[in-house]
Design a binder for this molecule. Structure first.
Ligand code: NAI
Length: 334
């Protein structure tokens, strides 16, 4: 029976990488009935809303989404569609595996980068509670709860134990934010005590960034509050060839939405230059989630083959091909 999946192409390069990903998934022979719904600029034009109810209705039917990036205006304008979706559907885990693909010639190509980020996805400064106290003074409130911290820490440790990963590192700034990050850290320690087989470490976020660039091989599974998780994810992406590569999943108890780490890349949108690898790898996580492991593995092998060969890579990773030629190369290996 075909899987029903909600497809949200999104803004900017979103429709380009979504089309490429659909082609690859279909070439792998998985039966999927895509329910295409718009969020972002296309949705606003059609319905007046950036995040119309049709998105929630579709996800309520399918429980699984594949999503392209949706842009958010800077310093004003409408609130983030991405944050709203994650909060409303309680997609509390942001799971981002960061791994070097074979053959990629990055500055860090010689290092065996293979780390997994568990970013808390519903609170922290992303609660978006801001107000002007008096003219010239603005307050932005950081929310950290025991409930959310315990559940993200549990997911990180459960993953580490299940996949034989040796270490979980909690990243924080509890030397300064003693109460909020202090609570996050106490929750991580509490959960760590239930997993004696997994080593537990803590790092202050600024030092963690330096260590990640100097010694990425010392990282394994990372657990972070929302904002540090966001920033450290892009830093980690920089180690393995950039945002065109790294996939992600937003996971809740009932719904899962798979999306790349990258945004809508307005600088290259509509030019056929985007690297669809990150969304294709996100689709592989989706296929794992659906129990379609054989197809996921076939797609991963095809991607690795294209990277190892190095002839059809996109510009962001040093190649000269566009989205279509890269996708053709992946499809031809399937
Ligand atoms: P971005 O990730 O869109 O782009 C950063 C840089 O990476 C750009 O130079 C871009 O060309 C490049 N890049 C990103 N993805 C690429 C790909 N697949 N292939 C080749 N190059 C790629 O980040 P930026 O510019 O900070 O944000 C643009 C918009 O995206 C903003 O409106 C932001 O709010 C939104 N955004 C949405 C996200 C989501 O929907 N989950 C996540 C991050 C940002």
């Amino acid at each position: 029976m075909a899987h029903k999946i909600t497809l949200i192409p999104g803004d900017g390069i979103g429709p380009e990488v979504a089309d490429a990903t659909v082609r690859v998934v279909e070439a792998a022979g998985v039966g999927i009935e895509w329910e295409r719904v718009d969020a972002g600029i296309a949705a606003e034009r059609a319905t007046g809303k950036y995040l119309p109810d049709t998105v929630y209705e579709s996800l309520a039917r399918t429980s699984v989404g594949l999503k392209g990036p949706v842009g958010t205006p800077v310093g004003g304008g409408h609130p983030s569609v991405n944050v709203a979706l994650r909060k409303k559907l309680d997609l509390f885990v942001n799971f981002r595996p960061v791994k070097m693909l074979p053959g990629l010639k990055t500055r860090f190509a010689d290092l065996p980068v293979d780390l997994v980020i568990f970013r808390e996805n519903t609170e922290d400064l992303y609660a978006g509670i801001e107000h002007e106290v008096v003219p010239g003074v603005v307050e932005s409130i950081k929310i950290i709860t025991r409930m959310a911290s315990i559940r993200i820490a549990k997911e990180a440790f459960k993953f580490a134990a299940k996949h034989n990963r040796r270490k979980v590192t909690a990243i924080h700034k509890a030397n300064i934010m003693k109460m909020s990050d202090g609570l996050f850290l106490r929750c991580c320690r509490e959960v760590a005590a239930d997993f004696p087989q997994v080593e537990y470490a803590e790092l202050i976020v600024d030092n963690a960034c330096m260590q990640m660039v100097m010694r990425p091989e010392t990282y394994d599974v990372l657990v972070l509050p929302n904002l540090y998780g966001d920033i450290v994810s892009d830093l980690a992406a920089g180690l393995v060839g950039g945002l065109g590569i790294v996939p992600g999943a937003n996971l809740g108890d009932t719904v899962a939405v798979f999306e790349a780490v990258h945004g809508s890349a307005p600088d290259i949108a509509g030019k056929g230059l985007a690297n669809p690898t990150a969304l294709i790898q996100s689709a592989c996580l989706m296929l794992d989630h659906l129990g379609e492991r054989v197809a996921a593995t076939r797609i991963r092998r095809a991607l690795e083959g294209v990277y190892r060969e190095g002839k059809h890579l996109t510009g962001d990773v040093g190649g000269s091909s566009g989205t279509a030629a890269f996708t053709d190369a992946v499809v031809s290996r399937l």
